[in-house]
Design a protein around this ligand. Sequence first.
Ligand code: SF4
Length: 138
Amino acid sequence: MYKLRGHHLFCLLGYRGMGYSKEYVENMTKLHQTLRSSPKTLIQLVKGSDQLCEKFPNSGQYHCQDENIYRRDAAILEKMGLEIGQILEWEDIETRVRNHVIPSDIQIVCKTCSWRSYGVCEEGIQDILEGKGLREVK
Ligand code: SF4
């Protein structure tokens, strides 16, 4: 079972192998591949730092405890009708995205994220809406 905070549910949809460091990317790619190949993998929703934050490099500005990131987590969980502490399968999270999220939501909930302008997170949501699941990351 993996522990994930709210906004990382969206980050995983748009993940294309970019990240803050080699170690961060390796960790995220591994998780992404697991979810892609085993959509029944269990996810526990947590408050604050999770298994992706653990690999955030010491060198960069550590934003994982910023108030606005907590607000983003909360907004994303609320949008999907999810709560901290809940345990569910990754494919159920994809279903929630399909039922409650549209690509342009990224512009609102992730307003301050530096990755937003790449457009990949909106694409990731669109893929889910079209029933495609997570894209392969090579
Ligand atoms: S815009 Fe940033 S926070 Fe939002 S899903 Fe993409 S990478 Fe994650």
